[in-house]
Design a protein around this ligand. Structure first.
Ligand code: ADP
Length: 457
């Protein structure tokens, strides 16, 4: 301010001096006025340059850094524009940082597995992420400023909004997936800012399915245990209250033993399943002799066939090609192999045929197959056979000591060994259950001769 005053005074002084030198004593005041006018003109030029500079910064994408308009280089306007330039740069940098933060924040929301919709105080969409698009079919660009109630029109959502209690979530049906499977969404509104709301949705389809499966499983287990338990407790009551002959007592005891063994088998199968689910995958380095497994299954199968009926099955066990070993867990593999053979015998009325084969496939994989000429299975049952407690012929399964868990165990075992269970069946013609193991888990066993040959050479 002082320099400005001195500048003005200097112009007056020089003006009056020039006036005096040119016009004598009369020129003093006109000279001073001329000096003042010149000073003002110079000042106006400075002001107008500053204004043009400011306007250029205003319109620029990089305020404080735009050089399309020159800055005043001297005087108070130069100082002023210089300060403004520094302020603008600072402001611009703060803006850039805030924008980067906002972008990061929106990217984080975009990456969220939950649907996120920001609503203004009127319930209009301000922003939504890609997951919200998948969940509700909202368009992150086209649906901005649309009322959310025009786009999510489910009655349950309308009721939720009308009730105004957002302390808990509401279950909505989302847009069906591409596969056509329904999508169940847990949706909740959260208040924030001034009247704004955040709508969050999460996909709970798998969770609900798991919960339904758990409920079914508990109901099934309870049902399976309740039936034999009722029978046993009925007999106990009879034996306690009625005078029975020795023969009757013996008969009742043998029926009770049957039911107890049924419960025991069920518990063993349940424990096997839970062990399979909990234990680590079978090691790739432990090798199991398939011929030995086959012999073990053959012995058990012969015993079972005589137990099931007086006329025996036509049973055959064939290994085609060289002897093999399979990498995995002996107990698990035996349980899966034996389960298929047992099923073949239990569901094929004697003297039917049950043929068990082990063979190497052309692609290096190996297959354990059990083919029977029993009643066969209708196609609609095939995809469900490995579900826990799924049975086609409930009474046949029970009569022959089935728990409904056999094929579930088999499927689990084969999958844990990297293989698959293949089922083929035709009603009235029989069924073929095959376990196919990957080549990486199969190795040929050298014949004793060739081993000793190798040792000699
Ligand atoms: P279960 O203990 O009842 O035999 P599984 O899980 O082993 O239970 O088998 C499921 C169902 O598949 C059986 O109840 C039966 O109806 C059917 N099934 C299994 N194996 C055969 C087969 N070889 N022939 C016909 N039906 C079969």
């Amino acid at each position: 301010m002082i320099s400005r005053f001195f500048g003005f005074a200097l112009y007056l002084f020089i003006g009056s001096l020039v006036g005096q030198v040119v016009f004598g004593a009369n020129g003093l005041w006109p000279g001073a006025v001329l000096g003042a006018v010149l000073w003002m003109l110079g000042d106006l030029v400075g002001l107008s340059r500053s204004m043009r500079w400011l306007q250029a910064q205003q319109q620029s994408a990089t305020p404080g850094r735009d050089v399309s308009q020159p800055q005043p280089t001297s005087g108070v306007w130069a100082v002023l524009t210089d300060r403004m330039q520094r302020m603008l740069r600072k402001l611009h940098n703060t803006q850039l940082t805030s924008k980067a933060r906002l972008d990061d924040f929106l990217l984080a929301l975009q990456a969220s597995p939950n649907g996120v919709v920001l609503l203004d105080a009127q319930g209009r969409i301000e922003w939504c992420n890609q997951t919200a698009h998948v969940h509700f079919g909202l368009d992150p660009v086209g649906d901005v400023q649309q009322y959310v109630t025009n786009l999510i029109r489910e009655p349950a959502f309308m009721r939720y909004l009308a009730a105004g209690d957002f302390s808990s979530s509401v279950l909505l049906q989302g847009r069906p997936r591409l596969s056509g499977q329904p999508l169940n969404l847990s949706t909740q509104l959260h208040a924030y800012g001034e009247g704004r709301r955040l709508l969050l949705s999460s996909d709970v389809t798998a969770l609900q399915q798991a919960e339904a499966m758990r409920r079914d499983f508990v109901a099934n287990v309870s049902h399976e245990i309740r039936t034999p338990l009722t029978v046993v407790s009925g007999f106990v009551e009879t034996m306690q209250n009625l005078p029975l002959t020795d023969a009757e007592r013996h008969h009742y005891l043998s029926l009770m033993a049957q039911q107890a063994s049924r419960m025991q088998t069920l518990v063993i199968d349940l424990l096997t399943l839970s062990r399979l689910e909990a234990s680590p995958l079978p090691r790739q380095q432990t090798w199991v002799d398939v011929d030995a497994l086959m012999r073990q299954c053959e012995e058990d199968a012969n015993a079972l066939s005589s137990l099931l009926s007086s006329s025996k099955h036509h049973l055959s066990f064939t290994r085609s090609g060289q002897a093999c070993e399979l990498a995995g867990e002996h107990t698990e593999l035996f349980s899966a192999f034996a389960n298929l053979v047992t099923n073949g015998l239990r569901y094929t009325p004697a003297p039917g045929t049950v043929a068990v084969t082990w063979q190497l496939l052309s692609d290096g994989r190996a297959e354990w197959a059990v083919q029977d000429n029993g009643p066969g299975i209708e196609p609609e049952h095939l995809p469900r056979l490995t579900e826990r407690f799924y049975r086609i012929d409930r009474s046949r399964s029970r009569e022959t000591g089935g728990t409904g868990l056999g094929l579930a165990i088999v499927k689990h075992v084969v999958q844990r060994h990297g293989g698959e269970l293949q089922i083929q069946s035709k009603l009235g013609e029989g069924s073929r259950f095959a376990l196919v193991f990957p080549a990486s888990r199969v190795r040929l066993v050298m014949a004793a001769d060739s081993v000793s040959d190798q040792a000699v050479h």
